[in-house]
Design a protein around this ligand. Structure first.
Ligand code: FAD
Length: 395
């Protein structure tokens, strides 16, 4: 291709531009992003940036040196594939090859939009709006005990806010972890001094209060909603790009979309995993780092090895370092290494004796070794693996 245009200047978009240059692509590269800020990393937004320990988290990438044209503060509103053109607020932009990297947008709590004091946590602007909330130690209600809810609660407690967390499921992280594994995490909320209400549903949000469906009213100087994110792909409706029921761009094994010359990477794209026998939509940082390398290779070379990673992510919550690698289902066998009451522990998931996923709390070595074993499809001895003093790689 002559001119490559990347839509979305988050982790996946930036990594695409970097990977194109690394792989020797010499043509023009344009990176278009809706946000006005220098491209930045999101994980610090719910950690150091939120607590004011870091001003921002801009990527350490020299776009001039890379000869990448940045167009920031420009939202792309449509794709006309037959003309090889994008529509933007500032007029049309032509491309020879296109990479979609528009990420995800937070799911909005119905009825809460526009209510004063209600926040989401996805962007640098969101984090900047939340910093004064923490500084003034408001009563804060967090809706959703997922990854964002846990990290925000951690920061809000560190800042001295009174925090009530409202979670519809009966345990935290219900979308990812079974009750047996998440139960000890409920205790982390309590230990931090936050009030976790499980099995609780929001009926409505008013300025200053959250009302639950069971009649309870919780005072709320601020409300932070963390109930999930969906691919930011609405602008692609009618473009001819195939989208899945989850809103993701359904890319193939080299991250090519249903249209020629169009690829998709990061939080906006799903891909078929031969490793797991299903299509995966991964909303984690590592996927936004690795996927672009495959897409760039496919773009430059015309072919690429299939993208089939062992998904990996981490979270920092309640003073703990939580890491997960792999992919498990409810029918896999759970195996504990250490007790959930220990300061550090690991859980393994086995499928017919083969390690398919590992969750490590404060045990980064287990994670590193487990990730390699999962990648290799290695069998492990459940008796040895259950002994936390036996290195996982020798189990
Ligand atoms: P994004 O980072 O969402 O970037 C997409 C960009 O595209 C955005 O800047 C958006 O404005 C822009 N865009 C969207 N639509 C358009 C359009 N139509 N035109 C132009 N531009 C557009 N993952 C971990 O593994 N560990 C963590 O600890 C962790 N912490 C996180 C904390 C927070 C607060 C958040 C929000 C996410 C966290 N993640 C973490 C997830 C990780 O940050 C994401 O997986 C990653 O940012 C995905 O990168 P992306 O480039 O695909 O999407």
């Amino acid at each position: 291709p002559h001119h490559v245009v990347v839509v979305g200047a988050g982790m996946a978009g930036v990594q695409t531009a970097v990977a194109l240059r690394e792989q020797g692509f010499a043509g023009p590269v344009t990176l278009i992003g809706a946000e006005p800020h220098q491209p930045y990393d999101r994980p610090p937004l719910s950690k150091a940036v939120l607590l004011g320990k870091a001003e921002d988290s801009a990527f350490d990438v020299d776009f001039e040196e890379l000869d990448v044209t940045l167009r920031l503060g420009v939202e792309v509103t449509g794709l006309r594939a037959a003309a090889h053109e994008l529509d933007t607020e500032r007029g049309p932009v032509g491309y020879d090859a296109l990479v979609l990297a528009t990420g995800a947008e937070p799911v909005v709590l119905p009825g809460s939009q526009g209510v004063p004091g209600v926040h989401l946590l996805r962007t640098l602007d969101d984090a900047a709006r939340l910093r004064p909330v923490l500084e003034h130690s408001h009563d804060v209600v967090v809706v959703g005990a997922g990854w964002i809810g846990a990290e925000f609660t951690t920061a809000a407690r560190a800042a001295g806010c009174a925090v009530t967390v409202v979670e519809a499921a009966d345990h935290p992280l219900a979308g990812t972890l079974p009750a047996e594994v998440a139960a000890p995490m409920s205790a982390w909320y309590a230990e931090s001094g936050a009030d976790l209400l499980t099995g609780a549903r929001v009926d409505r949000v008013e300025p200053g209060a959250v009302h639950l469906t069971d009649g309870r009213e919780i005072p709320a100087g601020a409300v932070v909603v963390g109930i999930g994110a969906r691919p930011a792909t609405r602008w692609l409706a009618g473009s001819g790009i195939a989208l899945g029921p989850d809103g993701s761009v359904t890319a193939d094994a080299t991250l090519r979309t249903s249209l020629p010359d169009v690829y998709a990477v990061g939080d906006c794209a799903s891909f078929p995993s031969a490793r797991y026998g299903e299509r995966l939509l991964v909303h984690h940082w590592d996927n936004a780092l690795q996927g672009p390398r495959t897409a760039a290779t496919a773009l430059v070379e015309g072919v690429a090895p299939a993208y089939d990673p062992v998904p990996y992510f981490w979270s920092e919550q309640f003073g703990r370092f939580v890491q997960y690698a792999g992919h498990h289902t409810g029918s896999d066998t759970l195996l504990w290494r250490g007790a959930p009451t220990d300061p550090a522990w690991t859980v393994c998931w086995l499928r017919e004796g083969v390690l398919v996923a590992v969750l490590a709390v404060g045990r980064p070595r287990d994670l590193a070794q487990g990730r390699k074993l999962v990648d290799a499809g290695a069998r492990i001895d459940p008796v040895r693996a259950a002994d936390p003093s036996v290195p996982l790689k020798t189990a």
